[in-house]
Design a protein around this ligand. Structure first.
Ligand code: ADP
Ligand code: MG
Length: 294
């Protein structure tokens, strides 16, 4: 039985492509034959909206599971992205406040995922743009953290703060949390500034955690168009370099985990054989203070 690897996608800055990464990575992993669950931990509900549900009207949501203990199988939905979803609703913004007084308030998401986790290969958690209790719950429940960073308006300070938070979570709540890497997004290779930002990321954080430079997601209007159509970039524009970036990321994240799923992958609408092998810069120091997965 699979024990879903829980990957939190977090960065307390908004607009860095967290939700875009969860939706497209989920779609790419699903195309490779993986079973994927998406978790919308952002009260804004962008992922829920993308999945074709309205966070204003969705009947039961993570709020009910986190705060009222409703079994997550009762809120789970299927989506056109090929992955299942635990949806957000506007009430989720109340959860943060209501959780404060509850026992084991940082571990509620772990309890919510427990009954469904084994049904999936991957559980991808979309975090809100803050380091509040919902994000702490995601980090406490996660095996791994993926950090999307926008090359366009790079904030190294935000990454430093996030990594400091990771160390605290590792010490106090979840010693197994590992940083999968920093994913550069909104990358425009034609713009010198963006290339400088990418170099700056590697220089500043490369020793501590991997910068997934070979998966850098290009900046393109296609992403917003795909989201508006309720589709992944893989379904909307399969040959677009942005789709390829997320397929690469999926192959990196999955590693050898999906080798036995090869027949399912072969049945996909287009061949994964067309895709170059990812060449990931492995820049991990053995004594690094924040552990990386590889
Ligand atoms: P976050 O969840 O971090 O707030 P989103 O995933 O919602 O960020 O992305 C913010 C905006 O940027 C959205 O309008 C989205 O469509 C757009 N976007 C995301 N990735 C890209 C990209 N690679 N190129 C251009 N626009 C993008
Ligand atoms: Mg978002």
């Amino acid at each position: 039985m699979a024990v879903g690897r829980v990957i939190a996608v977090a960065n307390q800055k908004g607009g860095v492509a967290k939700t875009t990464t969860v939706a497209n990575l989920a779609a790419a992993l699903s195309q490779m034959g993986a079973r994927v669950l998406m978790v919308d931990m952002d009260p804004q509900g962008s992922l829920t909206l993308w999945s074709g549900r309205n966070p204003d009207t969705v009947e039961k949501s993570l709020y009910d599971s986190l705060v009222k203990g409703l079994d997550s199988r009762q809120i789970r939905l299927s989506t056109p992205l090929g992955a299942d979803l635990l949806p957000a609703s506007v009430d989720l913004s109340l959860a943060e406040m209501e959780l404060v007084g509850m026992v084991a308030r940082e571990r509620r998401l772990g309890a919510v995922l427990a009954p469904v986790r084994d049904e999936y290969d991957f559980v991808l958690v979309d975090c809100q743009p803050s380091l509040g209790l919902l994000t702490i719950n995601a980090l406490a429940a996660a095996d791994e953290l993926l950090i999307p960073v926008a090359c366009e308006f790079l904030s190294t300070r935000a990454i430093q703060v996030l990594l400091r938070m990771v160390r605290k979570v590792q010490l106090r709540l979840n010693s197994k949390l590992a940083v999968t890497g920093i994913l550069p997004t909104l990358y425009d290779r034609r713009v010198r500034h963006a290339r400088d930002e990418l170099d700056a990321l590697v220089e500043q954080f490369g020793a501590e955690t991997q910068v997934l430079a070979d998966c850098a997601v290009p900046r393109s209007i296609r992403f917003a168009e795909a989201a508006a159509a309720g589709k992944s970039i893989l379904a909307f524009a399969p040959l677009h370099p942005g789709a390829e970036a997320y397929r690469r990321l999926a192959r990196f994240v999955a590693g050898d985990a999906l080798v036995d799923k090869a027949p399912a992958a072969a049945a996909n609408e287009f061949s994964l054989l067309d895709i170059e092998e990812p060449r990931i810069d492995v820049l991990v120091r053995k004594d690094a203070p924040v552990r990386s997965r590889r």
